[in-house]
Ligand binder design. Structure first.
Ligand code: ADP
Ligand code: MG
Length: 606
């Protein structure tokens, strides 16, 4: 290879590398950080490329009319590139309805895959709009009227621009990901139902990710089409998306540096490696083997090293020194209410009826297929009370809690919060009104640290919206510091300071329960619904938590807790609601309930 030949080769590599890095960063932002699986990612790149092409091309009659396409505006650089990004973003908008339709993401993933397949079929078979499977050729290179696009100087210039755009994309994605907004995205990725219950608007977050990813993909397509001056639908098969997924997974999903490494190793590396392999076998064998190799690599990584080559970085808080000794929980004074409870129940019961109802379920039902999990249940939670909910397994306690919080819609009946009908409000809107729940099954955000789990719940954070994140650290640093201080205090109180920077997914079962309780409290609830919060928690600590909950009730919080331990109900809860077979069997203080044989039977038989 001559000197200039080598330079041509290197600059070409830089251009392709820059384009692949941009595309992989966009996909990593969607998939690695936010957990939005977009199997149609490639169509956004194709759309950006097409846009840039037809905006730089002259009218389609100019070259003897052998190609047909829309626009043909001969717009100057960089307008076609900007338009490519804009069209990528706009094209994502209709798909945001797909990601909003269901809480779970798999539905949207399949929908986007289908869209990508259909888009390619449409493009290939519908000539007037996009020139069919012939695609477009003779696309003017940017600035080709003032510069010789075949010169070495042009090559270096183009590769410089590609690298700068890749760096800018990295900077942009980092700014989003390393903000409270990014933490919310990662929380959504780890457990979307729980993020929803903490007041995160999943529809909006996913829509923003699709639009931003669409813009980034569109930009990468525009840069590509300006360089190769060709656009062909055969290059945008839906399977090309898999190559980018392979890059992100192998490099390290969730880590933008990993995405960059993956871009260099997979799309670029594979293309270049085959260039140097002597050809063998029938034509088409080597490209086919490439696909096999990429498939095997994806499976191998998902199996042996799912975190990729450069795993997602653990975000430790600098303020939280690891040297801190594990704190023992602050002892709680028995609350006056708990003290007065002993032997004074009738009076307690009377006072219970006097406090205002904060959250009320009016004859709610829920069936799953033919199973009536909850049937005509009415429950009223009163301000300042720690209401207990007991009943055998399958009684409908968790389902009732889920309907109160909005995680599950009711089949019939209505839910009222402070005199307002909230039946049709989605869970995140109820959470923003102060109605917070925890889950019976482990629901920590696994790949967030304990501290991050707590911070994720804080409502209305300065850097939690897209706009706030884009404004940068200076915009949200002060608010963040305040929230970190509050979270540290909470960790202190529950004796988990030493684990502040550990991944929540690595804790013991009991510790994870504590994380969930702390996280719920960080959401500043006015009504708190706890589903078996003490399961697996040391009895002594469970006791202290009970005292703390009572203390919060005295300060005006309204709490309901599902528990199996009768002793726990005895000690802390008033009133206690007994459920069995989807219905409320009885309600009253524990000693009242003990006197009722049907309650004892239901509970003991269950
Ligand atoms: P509890 O919390 O009191 O143990 P649940 O509310 O979890 O009871 O369940 C009540 C009934 O509803 C059980 O019979 C259970 O099998 C059924 N159930 C709960 N969730 C679902 C679901 N998602 N699909 C089908 N059946 C369900
Ligand atoms: Mg349950």
């Amino acid at each position: 290879m001559s000197g200039s030949g080598l330079e041509f080769y290197l600059t070409t590599l830089l251009v392709y590398g820059g384009i692949d890095v941009i595309a992989c960063l966009g996909l990593n932002q969607q998939f690695g950080v936010a957990g939005v699986t977009n199997f149609g990612y490639i169509i956004f790149q194709a759309a950006g490329a097409y846009t840039a092409a037809v905006l730089s091309l002259p009218k389609d009659s100019a070259n003897g009319g052998f190609q047909s396409y829309i626009a043909g505006l001969s717009l100057p650089f960089p307008v076609p590139w900007i338009a490519g990004a804009v069209v990528g973003a706009v094209l994502a908008v209709p798909f945001t309805f797909l990601v909003g339709k269901r809480l779970r993401g798999d539905f949207a993933a399949i929908g986007l895959l289908v869209a990508a397949v259909m888009a390619n079929l449409l493009v290939t078979n519908y000539r007037p709009f996009l020139n069919g499977d012939a695609g477009l050729a003779l696309i003017p290179a940017p600035l080709n009227s003032t510069m010789d696009s075949q010169s070495l100087g042009y090559q270096w210039g183009y590769s410089g621009v590609a690298v700068i755009l890749a760096a800018a994309t990295y900077w942009f994605c980092r700014r989003l990901t390393e903000s409270p907004y990014g933490r919310t995205l990662r929380a959504m990725r780890d457990n979307d139902v729980v993020a929803d219950s903490l007041g995160k608007n999943l529809r909006l977050l996913r829509a923003e990710m699709l639009v931003i990813g669409g813009a980034i993909a569109g930009l990468s397509g525009a840069v590509l089409v300006g360089f190769i001056t060709l656009w062909a639908p055969s290059a945008w098969g839906y399977a090309e998306t898999i190559v980018l997924f392979a890059a992100v997974i192998i490099g390290g999903a969730g880590n933008h540096l990993g995405a960059i490494l993956g871009a260099v190793l997979v799309p670029l590396g594979f293309e270049e490696a085959t260039r140097f392999i002597p050809s063998f076998g029938p034509p088409g064998l080597i490209p086919a083997l490439q696909w096999v190799a990429i498939g095997i690599l994806i499976v191998a990584f998902l199996w042996f090293r799912p975190e990729g080559i450069i795993p997602e970085r653990r975000r430790t808080s600098r303020e939280v020194g690891d040297a801190q000794p594990p704190e023992t929980p602050r002892p709680h004074q028995p609350s006056p209410r708990a003290a007065s409870r002993a032997g004074n129940e009738p009076e307690e019961a009377r006072s219970a009826a006097a406090d205002p109802v904060v959250l009320e379920a009016r004859v709610i039902s829920r069936s799953f297929g033919g199973v009536h999990a909850v049937a005509d249940v009415s429950i009223a939670l009163r301000r300042g009370h720690l209401t207990g909910l007991i009943g055998p397994n399958g009684a409908g306690k968790s389902t009732t809690l889920a309907m109160l919080a909005g995680t599950l819609p009711v089949s019939s009946g209505s839910i009222w919060l402070e005199g307002r009908d909230i039946t049709s409000l989605p869970a995140y809107r109820r959470a923003r009104l102060g109605l917070i729940r925890t889950f019976q099954l482990a629901s920590e955000f696994k790949r967030l640290t304990v501290l991050e789990n707590l911070l994720s719940a804080v409502p209305a954070q300065a850097g939690e919206q897209l706009g706030g994140a884009l404004l940068g650290r200076r915009h949200w640093a002060a608010d963040e510091a305040k929230n970190v201080a509050e979270a540290r205090e909470m960790l202190d109180r529950f004796g988990l300071s030493a684990q502040a920077n550990a991944y929540a997914g690595d804790l013991s079962g009991g510790q994870r329960r504590l994380v969930e309780i702390m996280r719920a409290l960080m959401a500043r609830p006015s009504v708190l619904l706890l589903d078996e919060p003490m399961a697996g928690v040391h009895p002594k600590l469970a006791n202290e938590i009970g005292e703390h909950l009572l203390h919060l009730c005295e300060e005006g919080m309204t709490i309901a807790v599902v528990e199996h331990e009768l002793a726990y109900m005895d000690q802390f809860c008033d009133p206690v609601v007994v459920m069995a077979e989807g219905r409320v069997l009885a309600e009253g203080t524990m000693s009242e309930l003990r006197r009722r044989t049907e309650v004892v039977e239901a509970y003991l038989v269950g």
